[in-house]
Design a protein around this ligand. Sequence first.
Ligand code: SAM
Length: 453
Amino acid sequence: MQLPENLLQSLENIKGFNRKSFEEIHASGEQVTSIRLNPEKQPIVHGRPWSMADGVPWCPNAYYLSQRPSFTLDPLFHAGAYYVQEASSMFIWHALKNVVGQDTKKKVLDLCAAPGGKSTLLASYFTDGLVVANEVIRSRAAVLVENITKWGSDHVIVTNNDPSHFQSLPGYFDVMVIDAPCSGSGLFRKDPGAVNEWSEDNVQLCSQRQQRILADILPALKEDGILIYSTCSYSEEEDEMIADWLVSEMNMENKQLDIPAEWNIVETTSPVTKARGYRFYPDKIKGEGFFISVFQKRATVEFARLKEQPIPFPSKQEIQLLDAFIQLPPEYVLFKQADAIRAIKKEWLTDLQLLAKCLYIKKAGIEIGTVKGKDVIPSHELALSPLSHTAFETIGLTREQSLQYLRRKELLIDDAPKGWNLVGYGGLPLGWIKVLPNRVNNYYPAEWRILKE
Ligand code: SAM
């Protein structure tokens, strides 16, 4: 792979950059694959189709795989048992441990969230909190919804908004992760085609866009709130120079992180304000190129009384039908979005109403189902959520049957009780079937079915 000469030259004086080993690792063709397990969904099967070698040092439940299997053909992947995530970006976990610690009842925004790697990590970290996962590009927001649904968390709200729309929520969030769109040089090893799209002009454009995004979103961070800024670019204009701008222009205080030296992560200081940032070079660590820097907001935030958007609730009759179908734990409240009946923890209802006032909500809490006449049609989200585990038995499928189900093909299941049933693999639900007297209807979502044979 021929790396852009302009990029290599621009990195010559940056701490930790070693041209020879950097070029060698890009030429080696080595690929690193890593996954992060879902702590809420540990399968009971022993023979996993992948073997786990070493753990990722900076993130619990995360492992390097000795080879890259076909994730598409692994039912556990579709059940949300793990997320395939580049190892360096899992460092967010360690950063959070440093600056947030154990108090996880926070309101958290993942502004640039698709496809959902950081959002699923945040959902696992902030178990008592509320995570808003936002993606501005509509098609990418759909992928985000899919991945959040598979992860199954009930405390994530997915939105599809421009960063400027969050200005109606002054001082609302305790923590923000801005994993900014960037020129992408850190991913050249994974995606060699991206080399041809790299240019110095694009680095400048990205840097300006990063400032614009940050300027738009920072009013929504509360005083003393935490900002985590990251990119997968090596360019100083997108990394340390943004850190400088945040400190000198935006009243943000930079935070130094405590990191074991043996991890080989390079701490840099920005040219003007000496803000600390952390660089991940693929010739030094097992992962791709990544930059992260952490800040605390020191500006005061004007208090604004936010108005709530009334949210429709299901009718008495709908609630009765739903109660007969599933007994929800008492901490949940039901609400409606179009025809669908959804559940969210009561403690987050007011927040949902506030967010609904100014944001386009794609998904909040867990969709339970829709009522058609006297029937409840259960939702796929319910199948993949923790709510279904306690309420329904899961019919265990073999791997072949699971793939048949995930391809949305016909299933033959002996002795299944009539009506709605959950089917699953390794003890983890994959979705619904409806057993009729003469056939079994497969309710796996058509748009998610696997096409690979
Ligand atoms: N955080 C994601 C993850 O871990 O899976 C990856 C995010 S990717 C680096 C950056 C995201 O920013 C993309 O999904 C992209 O669509 C989005 N984006 C692009 N332009 C944007 C803008 N002007 N404002 C906010 N987000 C933008």
